[in-house]
Design a protein around this ligand. Structure first.
Ligand code: ZN
Length: 111
């Protein structure tokens, strides 16, 4: 049995449930290859496997920020989405215990 990619699944962004689909390639309407894409009309985030794991991880956060941007009507441009992605990924990198602290606070268990 093939191992399921750890990024596959669903994620709730506000009132929307996005399906996360990891696939061999993601192509824009103009034929350009992409690391990923958030399709808000289909509540679908697609991540390309054509890049390394770090790029896939960072792309997932990037597309989640696009989804929040859409759900909240923030009107962030691509530069601001990129800056938020870089800031969030760096925050998580520099504070590896942060997720455990949040889960413990939220659910009262040790993670
Ligand atoms: Zn983008």
């Amino acid at each position: 049995m093939a191992k399921k990619n750890k990024y596959c699944g669903k994620i709730k962004v506000g009132m929307e449930i996005y399906k996360i689909q990891v696939q061999g390639g993601v192509v824009a309407d103009d034929g350009k290859g992409l690391l990923g894409q958030a399709d808000h009309s289909k509540s679908l985030i697609r991540i390309s496997t054509g890049y390394n794991k770090y790029d896939q991880y960072k792309t997932l956060w990037h597309e989640i920020i696009h989804a929040i941007n859409s759900e909240r009507n923030l009107e962030l441009d691509e530069t601001k989405v990129n800056q938020l992605t870089n800031g969030l990924v760096l925050l998580l990198h520099d504070n590896p215990n942060l997720i455990s602290m949040i889960l413990e606070e939220r659910f009262g268990k040790n993670y």
